[in-house]
Design a protein around this ligand. Structure first.
Ligand SMILES: NC(=O)c1ccc[n+]([C@@H]2O[C@H](COP(=O)([O-])OP(=O)(O)OC[C@H]3O[C@@H](n4cnc5c(N)ncnc54)[C@H](O)[C@@H]3O)[C@@H](O)[C@H]2O)c1
Length: 374
């Protein structure tokens, strides 16, 4: 462990469902001790994907064994398509086959796909088992492992089937990101920048100044992950089940999910965080078009996301542009639509996002048509 960069702990305050997010260097190797200190005498299943297994599974199993924790590993195929019903059954069968009890734990070792799928299984097997997140992608460390949203995709859209099931512990090992492909690191960075754009303009400015250090690792990376987790923890504590303010976390996501669906969730063309990056630029540009914000803010957002290497325009998507009517169909299917009215997260400037109800569909259509042509 790097002694110069001690771990940080962020508490998610949810009464009897409160939990710690520990962020630091070398946490996978210490996971057994961290878990044993909080959960006495548990056994567990570890669900991961092939990429993560190659890089980190042995270290985790060794650490669990060292702390006297029995672990039954299950390795799935990587990729968004793993978030589907038959893989959910696979995970449930594995957990039951390992004869785990309700008080035992299901551990997700991986990115958001593994976390969402495994959390869903943990939420329904034996009517809810303990759930531990060991996120290994940046996106999972700053976003999907925190807040208890779990689920799988349906043919009608992303994340349409699932449950809220809070983890009991999140261990975010900043060193695990050293094996993450750079494209995935950038995708997670988009979600990090999102917290600045929602309501922390000073964090967005800090990222503009320090993003190279965040990419390099060490203390700046831990600090940026911890700030992001703190931002998410506060939103989740205020609105656990998304009756109100939690929807702000969807900044860029309505456009982003539509782009993902329109590209058939094909990660070679677009990964989730890239869709969010393009979506956040579109949300700022649409806000400017509606005279809510200055076009300079949209330009600033695009400049920064482009600087770190993210796609920022629909034209950057490999394999051609989805037709506007297809995008609109996906937007209308998105779960942020209530009784036919479009709900978008729009902005009055950097760090001034708000929930806009009743956004006219035809304005969005014309905007996307113009963006396709530009
Ligand atoms: N539950 C939530 O609140 C929430 C929030 C945001 C996103 N999500 C979901 O998260 C998913 C996206 O998550 P993601 O971007 O982590 O995708 P992912 O889980 O597919 O991981 C991305 C890729 O990186 C690989 N990988 C992960 N960690 C690695 C490591 N340390 N070393 C080497 N390879 C590694 C994976 O195998 C995969 O190929 C989407 O399904 C999205 O809907 C959920």
């Amino acid at each position: 462990m790097n002694q110069a960069t001690p771990s940080q702990t962020v508490r998610v305050d949810l009464a009897d469902r409160s939990y710690d997010i520990v962020i630091g260097s070398g946490l996978i190797a210490r996971a057994g001790a961290e878990i044993a200190a909080r959960e006495h005498g548990i056994r567990c299943a570890v669900v991961t994907d092939r990429n993560v297994a190659e890089a980190h599974l042995d270290a985790l199993l060794e650490s669990l064994a060292g702390a006297g924790i029995d672990a039954a590993p299950l390795v799935l195929e990587p990729g968004e398509k793993t978030k589907r019903f038959d893989e959910l059954i696979h995970v449930c069968d594995h957990v039951l086959g390992a004869k785990l009890e309700r008080g035992d734990a299901v551990i997700a070792l991986g990115g958001g796909v593994i976390g969402d799928l495994t959390g869903f299984a943990a939420g329904i097997v034996r009517r809810g088992m303990k759930f531990i997140q060991i996120p290994t992608s940046l996106l999972a460390q700053v976003d999907s492992s925190v807040g208890g949203k779990t689920g799988i995709n349906a043919s009608q859209g992303k994340n349409l089937i699932g449950v809220f099931h809070q983890p009991n512990l999140v261990l975010a090992d900043s060193d695990a990101l050293d094996t993450l492909p750079i494209r995935e690191f950038r995708a997670g960075y988009a979600e990090m920048a999102k917290y600045g754009l929602i309501d922390r303009p000073e964090f967005f400015a800090w990222l503009e100044a320090n993003w190279r250090e965040v990419f390099a690792g060490g203390a700046a990376r831990i600090q940026a992950i911890a700030t992001s987790c703190q931002a998410k923890a506060e939103v989740v504590a205020a609105d656990e089940r998304e009756h109100g303010a939690r929807a702000l976390l969807n900044l860029g996501h309505t456009f982003g999910h539509a782009l993902e669906a329109a590209t058939d969730y094909d990660g070679r063309r677009l990964v989730h965080g890239e869709g969010v990056a393009i979506g956040m630029v579109l949300a700022h540009e649409f806000s400017a078009r509606m005279n809510l914000a200055s076009p300079d803010d949209a330009a600033r957002v695009e400049h920064h996301l482009r600087e770190v290497g993210l796609p920022t325009r629909m034209q950057h998507i490999e394999g051609g542009l989805p037709a506007t009517d297809i995008l609109m169909k996906h937007i209308a299917q998105d779960k942020k639509v209530q009784r036919g009215a479009l709900t978008f997260i729009l902005t009055r400037g950097i760090g001034q996002s708000f929930i806009a109800n009743d956004v006219p569909q035809d304005e969005v259509f014309r905007f996307l048509e113009d963006k396709r042509a530009s």
